[in-house]
Design a protein around this ligand. Sequence first.
Ligand SMILES: [Zn+2]
Length: 74
Amino acid sequence: MGYKICQVCGKFIRTSSDEEMCETCMDRDTMEYSAVKNYLVSHQGASMAEIYTNTRIPLKTIKRFIQDRRIELR
Ligand SMILES: [Zn+2]
């Protein structure tokens, strides 16, 4: 068991895994990720601003998905 700081909200978390996020942020992250992913499936080539306008997922979160290579924007 080790301690980490959640990369998203800055809360202290106790974890034995490689996760960099607390459970609350993880749940939200999963929801937000599927929303963005779904949007991209039906709107190929969408821009970050377009995704934000239509899904209301914060730009910060979308940028994180791109950085983590979980989504790819053209
Ligand atoms: Zn958190």
